[in-house]
Design a protein around this ligand. Structure first.
Ligand SMILES: [Ca+2]
Ligand SMILES: [Ca+2]
Ligand SMILES: [Ca+2]
Ligand SMILES: [Ca+2]
Length: 287
């Protein structure tokens, strides 16, 4: 995929996230309130295989959090924002819920995440082959997409602000695999991100039923200190804030999109986010 295409997609995604932030300025109702705000990530001596297959053996000892994540309609939020005249922000009801489980652990070099999303339909960045052929035949076909993606953002110096160069990792789902993009936060616009010059980290993913509903399995390796100023620069033992946002049916033209986050859906409201504490030494629990 060329960089223009990537930027085009990313700017579209971040436009959607910025729009979500606009609607949610004073309303924390998109939070998963049952989650603990401080997540202590265990230290492990062996790294998982990043292949999109989450096995109990490789994730043994990881922090495991399961939650029912509400997904909100971007269409509905946009309509509400337009008609919002009262002082109190409108209450937005979730369009869907999806059970999501996240596993986290770290060693001296990396933070590892595994994410399992249950009963979710698969939408591919490149679409289905037959659909693409049909689109090519239409002369006035306007380029649009219908895909799923997730972002993981870090307030890595833990100062309650997203600042230029702070780390954002994104995973898109394309051709049945993970398309991983290493990004950084770039003000002045809320939710505006740009791709790193140097790509660090990696991800793998699979969906149990790419023809319809099924489960997503995603594994991500994030370097604690890549040496790139547009990435994390933390050590085992440090704390940082983070959020995970999932978007279903990303669509640039139709806004036919659902969005949900572990700690709300704003890309830069880091005071609402959760905090990760990376364990600094191994625990005597290896199998
Ligand atoms: Ca694996
Ligand atoms: Ca910061
Ligand atoms: Ca980087
Ligand atoms: Ca980065």
């Amino acid at each position: 995929m060329n960089s223009f295409f990537r930027c085009f997609i990313l700017s579209g995604v971040m436009m959607l996230i910025a729009l979500a932030g606009l609607c949610q300025q004073e309303e924390p109702s998109t939070q998963l309130t049952q989650l603990p705000k401080l997540l202590t990530v265990p230290f492990v001596n062996k790294s998982p295989e990043i292949d999109g297959i989450i096995t109990p053996e490789e994730w043994y000892g990881a922090l495991e959090i399961g939650a029912k994540m509400p997904l909100f309609s971007m269409d509905e939020m946009e309509e509400m924002a337009e008609s919002w005249e009262e002082e109190a922000p409108p209450e937005i009801k979730p369009a869907e819920f999806h059970h999501i489980t996240i596993y986290m652990m770290n060693d001296m070099k990396n933070l590892y995440l595994a994410i399992h999303i249950i009963d979710e339909d698969y939408n591919d960045l490149f679409g289905k082959e037959e659909e693409e052929e049909e689109k090519e035949e239409m002369e006035d076909y306007e380029e649009d997409f219908d895909y799923d993606c997730l972002s993981i953002s870090f307030d890595s110096n833990n100062n309650l602000k997203m600042e230029r160069d702070e780390d954002i990792k994104m995973v898109f789902f394309a051709d049945g695999e993970a398309l991983y993009v290493d990004d950084y936060y770039k003000p002045p616009f809320a939710g505006s991100i740009t791709r790193d010059v140097q790509e660090d980290g990696r991800a793998a993913a699979r969906h149990s039923n790419p023809e319809g509903k099924g489960d997503y399995f995603i594994e991500i390796e994030i370097p604690l200190k890549s040496g790139d100023k547009q990435d994390l620069a933390v050590n085992p033992g440090d704390k940082m804030r983070f959020n995970l946002i999932y978007m279903d049916h990303c669509s640039l033209l139709k806004l036919n999109t659902l969005i949900g986050g572990f700690f709300g859906i704003e890309e830069d409201a880091t005071d609402m986010w959760g905090q990760i504490e990376l364990s600094g030494k191994p625990q005597p629990q290896e199998k």
